[in-house]
Design a protein around this ligand. Sequence first.
Ligand code: DQA
Length: 148
Amino acid sequence: MRIRVYNGPNLALLGKREPGIYGTETLAGIEARLAARAASLGVAVECFQSDIEGELVRAIGSATGTADGLILNAAAYTHTSVAIRDAIAATGLPCIEVHLSNIYRRETFRHQSLTAPVCLGVISGLGAQGYELALEALVRHLRTARSQ
Ligand code: DQA
């Protein structure tokens, strides 16, 4: 089972970026823990980060036929990008949206997610552990779907 993890703009700054909101863990640290959790679940994860919308669209498109499920933190593009939403929908793959912060407790412009309607579910506000929870939920979903 192959899982792709996509992180959007400014998430490479995690650790230094507004730690009161996003915590002190770096993206490399989050990805390393995710890889360890994936190994214990017996699945493979591949992580991609870009600040550039078109690069994210291309990378999401490349998941078709090469991945079984997706985890997405599109960061600010969550609230603006029809292109990323369409890219997720085009894969036809189950996707779980993750946000470190609880976007519904923040500014009103963050309350709308354009990507959530094409995702299986959303985890928002649980910090870095949200990625691991998303991985566990996605693997369970895929294994259940395969056994039916
Ligand atoms: C975020 C929330 C977004 O509103 C914000 O633009 C981000 C990070 C989060 O993980 O909490 O960059 O996706």
